[in-house]
Ligand binder design. Structure first.
Ligand code: HXC
Length: 282
């Protein structure tokens, strides 16, 4: 699949498909990795299988995310799929013959959990199917922007299994028990508009505007002071990981910490002096 918006300035980042060590060759097989100004763009690229999430794709995506996270020139990431599918789930062919012992000895499911270690914001740009692991990957991102034809679902139950990369937990936290039960137990897909109504997605846009909208949202975020952005992301995440009291304490601590940043001085000074702030990510 070709880069969808070639008019934008792009820099190809080379990612080693076997880990984090070196930027060696343009060897990603399952994703495309680009930088668009301050935004890292990861495009899932297995269109023939509707971007089914195989082991290689997990490895390459995590490696690319970690590289962007440690790149001082990148302030946010967009993960996109292809027009027909963000991702239609974990690769069923790859999983079909697996045994409990296979999963137990090589727990690639938990590797997806490493997305939680990424400090810069990640936006999922979802068009077409986001099913099973695809829906779960979107939920692992910080927020979802969907095209009007997007469909979300957890159809694992139809395969005799259940969500395995956090769907039962993140979906329930995101949309509440009743809706999560409906989706996980009936396996039905829900359209973009309904996903927006239940709070699963942040915005729904026309399909042709999806990538641009997601990139613009990421550019906006990347334009703010990076330490404060990371603190804000971490504070919101606390709401999903701790009791209210601990979350409030952590928010107050981070709020105070923001006053140790140059960005706070610059942001407030710029406001007072009626000028645009210039953040230096300090
Ligand atoms: C492997 C897949 C796939 C998947 C689609 N394909 N989804 N291959 N794993 N999850 C392949 C098809 O086999 C087919 O290959 C090609 O993509 C196009 O799909 P079609 O079925 O022909 O397209 P369509 O009729 O439009 O139907 C689209 C669809 C359907 C509704 C999305 O493909 C579908 O139901 N897919 C499976 C969805 C699913 O159950 N996801 C959950 C997986 S389990 P060929 O070679 O025939 O062209 C899961 C667990 C996560 O995600 C937790 C553990 C990691």
């Amino acid at each position: 699949m070709k880069n969808k918006d070639e008019s934008n300035k792009t820099t190809v980042v080379k990612v080693d498909s076997f880990g984090d060590k070196e930027e060696k060759t343009n060897s990603t097989e399952t994703i495309l990795v680009e930088k668009r100004e301050k935004v890292g763009l990861i495009t899932l690229n297995r269109p023939k299988s509707l971007n089914a999430l195989n082991r290689q794709l997990a490895k390459e995506t995590l490696s690319a995310l970690k590289k962007f996270d440690s790149d001082p020139d990148v302030g946010a990431v967009v993960i996109a799929g292809s027009p027909r599918a963000f991702a239609a789930g974990a690769d069923i062919e790859e999983m079909a013959e697996k045994t409990f012992i296979d999963f137990y000895m090589d727990d690639f499911l938990s590797s997806w959990d490493e997305v939680r270690t990424i400090k810069i914001p990640i936006i999922a740009a979802v068009s077409g199917f986001a099913l099973g692991g695809g829906c779960e990957l979107a939920l692992l991102c910080d927020f979802i922007i969907a095209s009007d034809d997007a469909q979300f679902g957890q159809p694992e139950i139809k395969l005799g299994i259940l969500p395995g990369i956090g769907g039962s937990q993140r979906l329930a936290k995101s949309v509440g028990k009743s809706m999560a039960m409906d989706m996980v137990l009936t396996g039905r897909n829900i359209p973009a508009q309904e996903a927006k109504e239940i709070g699963l997605v942040a915005r729904v846009v026309p399909k042709e505007e999806l990538l641009q909208t997601a990139i613009e949202a990421a550019q906006t975020i990347a334009g703010f002071n990076s330490p404060s952005v990371r603190m804000a992301k971490s504070a919101v995440n606390m709401a999903f990981e701790t009791p209210l009291d601990a979350g409030l304490k952590q928010e107050r601590l981070l709020f105070k910490a923001a006053f140790a940043t140059e960005g706070q001085k610059e942001g407030m000074n710029a406001f007072v002096n009626k000028r645009a702030p210039v953040f230096r990510n300090k």
